[in-house]
Ligand binder design. Sequence first.
Ligand code: HMG
Ligand code: MG
Length: 303
Amino acid sequence: ALADQVRIVEVGPRDGLQNENTSIPAETKIELVRRLAATGLDAIEAGSFVHPKWVPQMAASDKVLSSILANPPRSQKPMTYQWLLPNSKGLDNYFKTHEVSIFMAATESFSKKNTNCTIKESLDRFAPLMAESRKAGYSVRAYISVALGCPFEGPDVDPHKVAELAASLLEMGADEISVADTTGMGTAPRTQKLLQTLKEAGVRSEDLALHFHDTFGQALINTMVSLEHGIRTFDSAVGGLGGCPYSPGATGNVATEDLVYFLHSLGAQTGVDLDEVSRIGDWITAEIGKSNSASAGKATLAR
Ligand code: HMG
Ligand code: MG
C-alpha cells in the first residue's frame, strides 16, 4: 500500500456549516459532533469563536463546547476537539478549548477580506495567541488559506509564499500546518509543485495536513499527489459540506465518505467506519436542506 495509516480531521461542524445561511439549531450541531465522534475519527473541528457579525452561523459554538465538556461524546478513540480562533479574545472567552486552530492566508486580498488585516499583521496577531495557547497546554494547528488559488487573485498563488508562512508558523510553535485549497482551484501539477516547494523550504511532511475543497472535482487527485509526497493527514467534511463565507463560489470540502472510500481502496487504514459516516452525511445534509454531495456515501447507502 502507498500508505498504511492516514489520519482524517473532520471539519464538517465548523468549515462545513459556517457558510450556511439559514440558522442551524445548536442541538443539530451538537448531535452532529456526537454522531461523528462514534465513527472511529480522532479529531473533529467542532466550531469557531469568531465575531458573530462576520460568521453568524458559528455563534452557537459556545453551546457545542459546553455540551462536549458537560457530557463528553462517546468515541472509540481519544478525541481531539479543535476550535478556530481569530485572536486571543476567543481564547479569553473559551479557555477550556481543547486544541486551537488559527488561520491566515497566502494572499493579501484574502487576508483583508477574511480577517481585516494584512498577512504580516495576521502573523503579529497570532503570535501572542500561539504563545498563550501553548502556555495553557493546547496544541495549535495553523491554517494557510487560499494556498492553491485565491478568489480575488486567481490560481497562481506563489508556492514560496506558502512555504515561507508555513516555516514562520512552525517556528512560532504551531504543531501542525493545514495547507488549504479554499477555492478548490488546486490541480495535480500545482499541488505537486507546492509540496515540492514546501519540502525544499525544510517543512517536513509530518508537520503538514492538506485541506482540499472539491469545487473543481480535483480533491482526490490532489490527495493522491499528497500521499506520494508523504502527507498522512487530510481534512474533510461529512456530506461534502462547506464553502467559505469569504470565498465567493467555493463549494464544499472533500466529503469524508469519498476520502475514506478512496484511502481504503489504496489499502490505507483510517479507522473510520464508512457505513456510519455515510449515514451521518445523509442525515445532516437532509437536516439542513442540502443535497448530499458525497458520491461514495450515497453509493454505500444504496448497496
Ligand atoms: P475586526 O472588526 O477587524 O475586529 O474583525 P476588531 O479587533 O476591530 O474588533 C471589532 C469587534 O469585534 C469588537 O467588538 C471586538 O470585541 C470584537 P465591539 O467593540 O465592536 O463590540 N471581536 C470579537 N468578537 C467575538 N469573537 C472574537 C472577536 N474578536 C474581536 N474572537 C476579526 C477581526 C478577526 C475578529 C474578524 O474579521 C473575524 O471574526 N473574522 C473571522 C472570519 C472567519 O471566521 N472566516 C471563516 C474561517 S477561515 C476559513 O474558512 C478558511 C479555512 O476553513 C481553511 C480553508 O478552507 O481555506 C480555515
Ligand atoms: Mg475549508
